[in-house]
Design a protein around this ligand. Structure first.
Ligand SMILES: Cc1cc2nc3c(=O)[nH]c(=O)nc-3n(C[C@H](O)[C@H](O)[C@H](O)COP(=O)(O)O)c2cc1C
Length: 480
């Protein structure tokens, strides 16, 4: 840790991005913990649960609440097609619609942004564009879209498909989906179309709204977008996906990428790859902010934080954890014997995940990774790294991540909601501020301005592909 701090003093500090990471379910990344006496997550159907969480995050000047989402149950474990093992502990089921609490949270905050996961595979582009544009108005420009292609068989069957569309085809659809929504958001309304001129009795000026007439391989939409222009127009774009097709999609469209990563060296490889792809695409290599998930459990002292973590462990539901693992990886742990060691057995992706745990989690060197240990490992925080300790210990771990990997920040997971976020605000943020890596105040009022902090306003940057569809007042011909 001392090493990380010394390294920190030699390297120029950058200001970090910190999001709260959640999902609209009582069991996001901690199955079984819904019954912990300090956890309010089982109140997720109450609007006050959301408004209280938003106030805690805003108090800390956290950038955004990032809300994951899935459209089906995890039914791989003890399956196929078995809903039961994840029900008791809550393996991200039940789950409600992440869009609906946003307006209420916006009403009790001024700077916090809201990143909502929505699937390009199952949503309709026009309807989704309308929903985001409405929220961009109601939040005054504080909304972001985590554009995902989705990966659950159960989701495909919920929306009427027999099986999932093939992986790379989902990204082709996603690419056209984004293009169409840019046309709707950026190209339907000229910037000066809305006059609200009481004298002339003219709300919108004729000739300054047009159809977009999109006819593509997967979608058709005549337009115009029926929502008048909002502050950001296009919501700030997040992406989460790690395959080659996923990275190509991200480097074209994303403004912030949520990467998978267990250790700083592994994350650095992805960071370098993404920055190089951006240059190939003609975008500024720093035009995408890169973040990883992190479970930070912090208290006054290392001992108190460790005791808190050990208390949380008592509530873990391993059946729920195995259910999550099945959903995320497609691998059914019940098909392996109790003694099999996942360093050497199972699909290659799982062996490499387990081996990265062996390399990065203290005290696991040489230990067997049985299915029980695998479930235990992901039971609190999912497949994210953990930082447990005093403010100094946790800040050292995070600082080492930033410096060694080149990422820009973190999606901070919780076990107890909002208690773990409250602890971050109370204990960790003052330490980060004293190190000069986290701001005291929001830089601006909109998501894009807060994430980029570059003085370039709330609209898409010029090198972003959506910018070509902007209809400005100089563009007097207005032809599409
Ligand atoms: C860190 C991370 C978070 C993700 N969060 C979600 C999510 O909330 N909802 C979802 O449907 N998919 C989520 N995904 C999955 C992506 O949507 C994508 O479908 C999946 O990773 C397959 O794409 P890939 O092969 O490019 O990784 C996430 C992926 C990663 C890496």
């Amino acid at each position: 840790m001392a090493q990380a701090s010394e390294a920190g003093s030699q390297i120029e500090k950058k200001e970090w991005i910190l999001n709260g990471f959640t999902m609209s379910t009582p069991g996001h990344l901690a199955p079984g913990l819904w019954r912990h006496p300090r956890n309010r997550s089982a109140q997720y159907t109450d609007i006050e649960y959301w408004t209280d969480m938003a106030k805690v995050l805003e108090k800390g000047k956290i950038h955004a609440l990032f809300i994951a989402d899935v459209l089906g149950a995890y039914d791989v474990y003890k399956g196929p097609d078995n809903l039961d093992p994840g029900l008791a502990g809550v393996a991200q089921f039940p789950i409600t619609d992440p869009f609906l609490p946003i307006a209420a949270m916006a009403a009790v905050t001024k700077g916090l942004s809201f990143g909502i996961t929505a699937s390009t595979t199952y949503e309709n582009p026009f309807l989704l564009a309308r929903r985001f544009a409405t929220l961009d108005h109601l939040t005054k420009g504080r909304v972001a879209w985590n554009a995902v292609t989705s990966h659950l068989e159960s989701a495909a069957r919920n929306v009427g498909l027999e099986t999932q569309i093939k992986h790379d085809d989902r990204y082709k659809i996603a690419d056209e989906f984004l293009t169409l929504t840019y046309k709707l958001w950026e190209g339907s309304w000229r910037d000066d179309a809305v006059a609200k001129d009481v004298e002339k009795g003219e709300y919108t000026i004729a000739g300054r709204v047009r159809r977009i007439n999109h006819e593509g391989e997967f979608f058709r939409s005549a337009g115009p977008l029926t929502v008048e222009p909002s502050i950001q127009r296009t919501p700030f774009i997040f992406q989460a996906g790690t395959s080659s097709a996923g990275k190509s999609f991200a480097t074209k469209h994303a403004e912030c990428m949520f990467m998978a990563g267990m250790d700083p060296q592994g994350a650095k490889k992805s960071v370098d790859d993404i920055r190089a792809r951006l240059v190939q695409d003609g975008r500024d290599p720093n035009s995408i902010k890169l973040i990883v998930g992190m479970l930070a459990i912090v208290d006054e002292t290392d001992e108190k934080a460790q005791a808190k973590y050990e208390d949380y462990l008592k509530y873990v539901d391993l059946e729920g954890a195995a259910t999550l693992f099945g959903g995320w990886t497609g691998t059914d742990l019940s098909t392996f014997s109790d003694e099999e060691d996942f360093r050497f057995t199972g699909p290659g992706a799982i062996q490499s995940l387990v081996n990265s745990w062996t390399e990065t989690i203290p005290g696991t060197d040489g230990l067997k990774w049985t299915k029980k240990r695998v479930a235990q490992e992901i039971a609190l925080g999912g497949p994210s790294p953990r930082a447990i300790g005093s403010p100094k210990t946790v800040a050292d771990i995070l600082e080492r991540w930033i410096q060694e990997s080149g990422i820009d920040g973190f999606n901070l997971a919780y076990v107890i909601n909002p208690g773990d976020f409250e602890d971050i605000v109370k204990y960790l943020l003052p330490e980060l501020r004293s190190r000069g890596v986290f701001w005291d105040e929001y830089a601006a009022k909109t998501t894009r301005e807060n994430f980029f902090n570059d003085g370039l306003g709330p609209r898409l940057r010029d090198d972003h592909p959506g910018s070509q569809y902007k209809w400005t007042s100089d563009d007097i011909n207005g032809s599409s």
